[in-house]
Design a protein around this ligand. Structure first.
Ligand code: ADE
Length: 227
């Protein structure tokens, strides 16, 4: 649910585009403005109590949500995510959990936000993609849609598989190399050419640990406490 449905055309390309063609996932950007009862198609107004900026009004969002829920036709209440910097921080675990849902609705805010009363009625989750403020919820919604979709079985091919990658075990991924064996006088580490699988696994694990310790000491702390 958005005031800028065209922003979701980014999903038409690459892996998500292919998954949509194969009907593994579908993404519908629904224009909230189509549901306003205002004769000038207005969807926002000034905030009570004063202050800068406009707020999205409750009515168009509520009616849009009702229409979307009807079109989904699910018996269960559909998870409705309000995309906001005031939400819980999005991460890989949250993506995994959300990828198990049959349907998800994302409400993208704009201007200074949304009338609180409609959020109380429809929002089941409040999610942020990071501690910084963007101009609207569309880009964060796309970030989440991309991340969640690639975890849906069949979206990634075998080669693209999400089997081993950063965050899987709470560590960053090890460095990787492809041909040529020597580039700008830099040689691919010998162990990777050895064909000795146990040694390769060991080297990769050590590299993951080292990289995580260097680049993400916060994640390393958590990992070190778990083992
Ligand atoms: N809307 C604006 N900034 C945002 C953020 N960081 N995360 C989610 N929604 C947002």
């Amino acid at each position: 649910m958005t005031l800028f449905p065209e922003m979701f055309s980014a999903a038409d390309n690459s892996i998500l585009g292919r998954a949509m063609e194969k009907n593994i996932i579908s993404i519908d950007a629904v224009n909230i403005r189509d549901y306003t009862l205002d004769k000038h198609k207005k969807v926002d107004d000034y905030t009570y109590g004063g202050g800068a900026g406009m707020l999205m009004q409750a009515q168009p969002i509520y009616d849009c949500h009702k229409a979307v829920c009807n079109s989904i036709g699910s018996e269960k209440k559909v998870r409705t995510i309000y995309v906001t910097p005031q939400g819980k921080l999005f991460d890989q675990n949250m993506a995994k959990e959300l990828s198990n849902e049959e349907d998800l609705i994302f409400l993208c805010g704009h201007y200074e936000g949304v009338d609180e009363r409609v959020l109380e009625e429809i929002a089941t989750d409040y999610i942020s993609i990071g501690d910084y403020v963007l101009t609207g919820g569309e880009l964060p919604a796309m970030v989440m849609i991309d991340c969640i979709s690639r975890l849906v079985p069949g979206v990634l091919s075998n080669e693209e598989s999400a089997q081993t990658e950063s965050f899987d075990d709470g560590l960053l991924e090890y460095p990787q190399y492809t041909r040529p064996e020597v580039w700008m006088d830099k040689k691919v580490p010998d162990v990777l050419l050895s064909g000795h699988h146990a040694n390769i696994e060991k080297w990769r694990h050590e590299q993951s640990l080292e990289r995580t310790k260097q680049r993400r000491p916060d994640l390393y702390e958590i990992y070190a406490h778990k083992i």
